[in-house]
Structures are given as structure tokens and as C-alpha cells.
Design a binder for this molecule. Sequence first.
Ligand SMILES: Nc1ncnc2c1ncn2[C@@H]1O[C@H](COP(=O)(O)OP(=O)(O)O)[C@@H](O)[C@H]1O
Ligand SMILES: CC(C)(COP(=O)(O)O)[C@@H](O)C(=O)NCCC(=O)O
Ligand SMILES: [K+]
Length: 248
Amino acid sequence: MILLIDAGNTRIKWAVLANDAAPGAWLDSGALNHSEVAGLRAVCARHPRLERAFACNVAGAALGAAMTAALAPCALQWLHASAHCAGVSNAYDNPAQLGADRWAALIGARHLHPGPCLVVSAGTATTADVLDADGRFRGGVILPGVDLMLRALAGNTAQLPLADGRYCDFPRNTADAIVSGCLLAQAGAVNALYARVATQPQACCILTGGAAARFADLLQMPLCKEDTLVLQGLAIAARALPPGAPMG
Ligand SMILES: Nc1ncnc2c1ncn2[C@@H]1O[C@H](COP(=O)(O)OP(=O)(O)O)[C@@H](O)[C@H]1O
Ligand SMILES: CC(C)(COP(=O)(O)O)[C@@H](O)C(=O)NCCC(=O)O
Ligand SMILES: [K+]
């Protein structure tokens, strides 16, 4: 039994998986705020047959250390992006520079969909990553996530609130204008990146992240929503990287 943990800049997502189970067939799962990281200890206590913990962390060394402490004595193995893993190759100039959550999402996407796809993660940041039909990660973009965009406008202008408006085609008030602009910015980036794979047979978009639902309806392509894509990728990577194995 394995504990999988995706530590992002907003939330720590986790799931428990039996050794022979399909990625996504979670025995248990949940999410914690960074301030609740010690709650990982209770997750271990609830699952005494845990043999292993496998994680990605893009939220800094302090959170990583707190995760290690919370899980002790269960050893925590970290996924780092590398040149190859589980059928995915990494075209980043420096493969290790790619966020481990993006790398896990690409691995998860490859396992779900053998064709070309755009892997979109709507989290603190929004990322859109191009995966070719042969499992080659070609590259991708990073932009502020929805909440970051909304907070940037509220925090850096005299008159704009932290908007709680809704998407409209022709916004006629400030709150709707702000929300519509931010959601269109997200969808515009995704639609533009998708154009790079749209002509390839069986191309699709796999969408994940806590903010995915906010702009999914604005996306103009075949769409597969996978809320736990990163955790699924971690499960696949963990099986490809037994404890103590060198990174791919
Ligand atoms: N319960 C929640 N707590 C915090 N953010 C949430 C929650 N539900 C949805 N969200 C949205 O999802 C985003 C965080 O998504 P997530 O994928 O967890 O981000 P990350 O991987 O960067 O930690 C937030 O910016 C917010 O827009
Ligand atoms: C882009 C990210 C901040 C996304 O993290 P998240 O929004 O999920 O917290 C993360 O993947 C990251 O820190 N990447 C490292 C730089 C890169 O991927 O090029
Ligand atoms: K994420």
C-alpha cells in the first residue's frame, strides 16, 4: 500500500492506493491546506499497512521538511522531473527544472491517453503542456492561476475589488468584467496551446486542478477532466521508480 502526495502552492492533495490497484482507484484521498500538513500523520495512522510514501512538492523546502517530519518513520520518496520516466520523455532544456507536479501530470496523462494531448493544470498557477503521440513532452506555458489574476487586480488597483462576478459574453459591471477577463485569459491560453496539437489524430485536452471547473466551459476542444491526474502520475512513477532507484 502506498501514500501518494501532490504538494502544490495552495493545497496538499493525497491518496492511498493498494499495490495492485489501478491509478485512481483510491482507497482513501483528501486535501490539506499547508497549515494542516501535520494531518498527514493521521493519514498514516489510518492506514497502518502503508509501506511507502511517494510525493512531489513544488511549494518549497520548508513544506517538504514538514511533510517528511509528519510522515516519519515512513520514508518519503520524492519525484523529480527527469529526461525519461514511464514512457514520457522531457524536452525541457534542463529536464530537472520542470515542476515535479507537471511531470507527474504528464506521466498520468500518457497512461490515460495514448495519443497527443494538452495537459492543463489549473492550480495556483495554470500550466498547459504539450505531449506528443509518442510520449514526448514538447514544452508548455505557465501563467497566473485564476485566483492569482483576481488578487493581482484587487491588490494593485485603486478601484477594483476582489471580484466575485460571473462569466458573461458582454460584461456590464465591474465584477463580471474582471471575472470574465480572467477566465477568458485562462481559456485563451489553453485554446492557443491546443492549436499546436489540434490537427494530430486523437488529440485531446486533459484538464486537472482545483480551479479547472471555473473555465472548463470556455474551452473549445475534446476535454477529459481528471481531478487526481497528478496523483495518478505519481502512482505510475512510483511503480517505475522502486525505493532507492535512481531517477529516470
Ligand atoms: N477547497 C479549496 N481550497 C483552496 N483552493 C480551492 C479549493 N477548491 C478549489 N480551489 C481552487 O483551486 C486552486 C488550487 O488548486 P490546486 O490544484 O489545489 O492548486 P495547487 O496544486 O497549486 O496547490 C485555488 O487557487 C482555488 O482557485
Ligand atoms: C508552475 C508551478 C508553480 C505550478 O505549481 P502549482 O500551481 O500546481 O502550485 C510548478 O510546476 C513549478 O514550480 N514549476 C517549476 C518551474 C517550471 O515548471 O518550469
Ligand atoms: K498542481
